[in-house]
Design a protein around this ligand. Sequence first.
Ligand SMILES: [Zn+2]
Ligand SMILES: [Zn+2]
Length: 179
Amino acid sequence: MIELIVLIILLDLISGIVHWAEDTFWHESTPIIGKWLVIPNELHHGDPSAFVKNTWLQSSWDLLLAGLVVLGIAAMLGEITWQLLVIFLVGVNANQIHKWNHSPLNDVPKIILTLQNIKLLQNRNHHLSHHSGEKNTAYCVITPFINPIMDRLGFFRFLDKVFLKLIHPSRREDLPHSG
Ligand SMILES: [Zn+2]
Ligand SMILES: [Zn+2]
């Protein structure tokens, strides 16, 4: 059980680091990444419910692809474990878990609402804090456990300091049309 919790918390932290990178670096005109990540992320900040109409596959194809590659490699090595299957299942659904926090309540499965209410999954109030202010807090999208710790520690400001110097002169600002 403890291993399961640690795995999910690690995945949540990774979801936050990926989201931080997507919100921090690159521009709409950056080849591939611009269309694939920057434009959808800016659209999401400006119009948070726009992506709700996307199908599961439209929201999750890239995570599914990455997950299948990892599973395929593990299968070839004969290393499929329950831990890997948990990482696959939760990781591939990270965007869906985020999407449930913007979906009309009627469209969210009861079991998910229950998990959100008992604070095992991140709920919409928690996630909405990412959409307020400078949109540079509460980057993790899976659980309610990691964001308060990371934000209090200034973890993402630390990443800004280190990686903005190395990679990019300044954090990407959302375009004016995207609130
Ligand atoms: Zn964001
Ligand atoms: Zn959101």
